[in-house]
Ligand binder design. Structure first.
Ligand code: ADP
Ligand code: MG
Ligand code: ZN
Length: 340
């Protein structure tokens, strides 16, 4: 009997669920469900919704065996317990026992199979390593930033997720970019996340529209009633100066963070994914400029060791890297690194 896995990419905005047959090339899912994440309904309700969607997918594949379910979730996620802690973008989810509650909900929906839980950025990075930017460059180590509702981060070393002592490695979304900057939900001020997430783009756009100095943003809000990151992207495509300026701020913040990551890790590959990475053409020039100015490791390698240049690239698998990574995780192909 042919088998498949189900991957879930749980985000602060989007909830994506898909069935995946091992060996299929990227983004060829057997079936998928895309939903908005009903954050306000609370974790128990969202977990139940996920379990029901999985039952629906499984019922549609009656002649195939479900090998396992992989779940990528915003962190910090305590492993191996699978407990969420102090999530900046999912208020009310603090201390939620995600693994246990999800297993119970699946059993309640009549689905029986192993469950694997990981941080959303970790699974996205895993997919990029195995089937995306990593395999394209011929490397099995990379660092990834995911730009969505928040900013996720992951480090893959030798094909394995680097998890840290508590499962909480890869929280570079909360690196300090500007010490006295905007307050972040994590308790710090001026984090990368408050300048380089879709939420940050919306906040900056709203602020500019309110201040009266950005006529294009203001007019868009008046005609559509909304000013999200997608709208700022559309305005940037039309050449709107203020929309382009917001993406320059995003790029500068990313460049500062990447300079620290490049100097610390000295990897060959850094991948930028998540929904906001769709605006790569607008933020990447400032990002690369800033990185080049601030990281001497980046400059030295790319000027002198040109056969092993450092690559900074958008996610090859696009917005589905997290979904694909969650499905891969459920294959059990991923070996965790030894306990620290
Ligand atoms: P999450 O995982 O937190 O749910 P995603 O990674 O799915 O978030 O990203 C969703 C966000 O990305 C939305 O806020 C959406 O407006 C934004 N987004 C999607 N495409 C683009 C684009 N081309 N330009 C700017 N923002 C985009
Ligand atoms: Mg996400
Ligand atoms: Zn923070």
């Amino acid at each position: 009997m042919d088998s498949y896995t189900i991957g879930i990419d749980l985000g602060g905005t989007n909830l994506r669920i898909a069935a995946y047959a091992p060996g299929a090339s990227n983004q060829q899912f057997l079936a998928r469900v895309d939903l908005p994440t009903r954050v306000g309904a609370g974790p128990a309700s969202v977990v139940k919704e996920m379990a029901e969607a999985i039952r629906g997918l499984a019922e549609g594949l009656p002649r195939m065996e479900l090998r396992g379910v992989g779940l990528g979730t915003p962190g910090p996620l305590e492993l191996p317990a699978g407990i969420l802690h102090g999530l900046p973008n999912l208020p009310g989810w603090d201390r939620f026992e995600l693994r246990r509650e999800f297993e119970c909900a699946l059993a309640g929906a009549g689905v029986r199979c192993p469950v694997h839980v990981e941080s959303d950025a970790n699974v996205a990075a895993l997919a990029e390593c195995v089937l995306g930017a990593g395999s394209a460059l011929g490397v099995d180590s990379l660092c990834m930033l995911t730009l969505g509702t928040g900013v996720g981060n992951a480090i893959i070393l030798g094909g394995a997720i680097f998890s840290g002592a508590h499962g909480m490695a890869g929280e570079a979304g909360h690196l300090t970019i500007w010490p006295d900057g905007v307050a972040c939900n994590c308790g710090n001020t001026g984090c990368l996340e408050v300048y380089a997430s879709a939420t940050a783009v919306r906040r900056m756009a709203e602020g500019a529209a309110d201040s009266g100095v950005a006529p294009g943003l203001k007019a868009w809000r008046e005609s559509t009633g909304a000013l999200d990151a997608q709208a700022v992207f559309q305005l940037a495509r039309q050449g709107d100066r203020d929309a382009l300026g917001i993406f320059t701020t995003v790029g500068i913040a990313l460049g500062i963070a990447l300079a620290g990551l490049v100097n610390t890790l000295d990897l060959r590959l850094y991948v930028v994914g998540g929904g906001l990475a769709g605006a790569w053409e607008f933020f990447s020039p400032a990002m690369l400029r800033e990185l080049n100015t601030r990281s001497y490791v980046y400059r030295l390698v790319n000027e002198r060791l040109t056969d092993r240049r450092i690559a900074i690239v958008p996610a090859v698998l696009g917005p589905d890297s997290g979904l694909l990574g969650a499905a891969l995780l459920a294959l059990g192909a991923q070996s965790r690194e030894p306990e620290i």
